[in-house]
Design a protein around this ligand. Sequence first.
Ligand SMILES: [Fe+2]
Length: 367
Amino acid sequence: MQFYMPFRLITGNNVVRSNGAALSAFGRRCLIVTGGSSAKTCGALDDVTAALSEQNIAYTVYDGIRQNPTMASCLAGGQIGADFCADFVVGVGGGSPLDAAKVIAVCIANPEAAEDALYRLEWANRPVPIVLVGTTAGTGSEVTSVAVITNSEGRKRSVRGNDLYAALSFGDPRYTATMPHAVTASTGVDALCHCAESFWSKPASDVSRALATEGIRLLVPALEQVASGITPDAQMRESLYSASILGGMAISVTGTCAPHTIGYLLSEQYGVPHGFACACFLTAFLRHSEAAAPEVASLFRAKTGMDIARIESLLQKLLPPYHFHLSDAELDALLPRWPLTVPNLAKTPGTCDSAVVKTFLRSVFAE
Ligand SMILES: [Fe+2]
């Protein structure tokens, strides 16, 4: 078993304002990285700027991060941070701004870094310290060393390395209260995918499965309420946020499996939000995994108290009614995207070759 999680995480109500002094350890100048309006709407951005001001830390805001963040937007943010002589970054938002903040921290310390070098993890200087403030319940990016960034060819690619762990992450579930229903659902099923994929992942350990199990036990009843149209109360928001953190920790140990890498296709080419995109393939992945590793299936049922049919029924209620169509020949043409060497496929139970990938695709794409 290997376990390495070098970060400080503080969760609870009002944690940003009540722990503002912790920011002063990272320097006197800060680049805030955020997206559109949600970080402002939920109050997180105001809390961060107030905490920085109280510590007399100068800051500037880069709000150029959008869903499925591009490497170009990270390079631009890095330039702004370097010009500002930022000592550290604070990422505020959902998965996109948090992932981008990690890469921007690298770019600030390495202003000459180019796209290819960043994906190859080739940088000379350690990134400036990273502080993350999550505002959605799903990504788990607050506690992972991964950033998923879209390259100049429009493909989502991971930048992963121990340098990308945040020095400090804040989680205040109140920030998630302003999420629209569809975002609650999509980010929630992203967390469910993280927990389920991690549980079944070949490198799973007792520790990672304990994290994933608790995540699933929190998520399924909460998401069933979301699916039935109930507006989450504070307790449910806490459950969803805790599950998101547990899922992030679980995949920090194991990585994700096939649904994540195949799900990128739906985000890249059809604009499907990340969580829904991965969840489209989750049932087929679980059915395949159950057959390939029956001993893990028994463990999954025993530990989580869930069976695959319950998860499938939950997903049917939460996912929008997508209709994707590709012919058999068009699916075959896609398969070279996923060679067996893709880590997510190598970690999937059994052998996840082209024939298996095609069954996953066929579960989503009609003729
Ligand atoms: Fe994800």
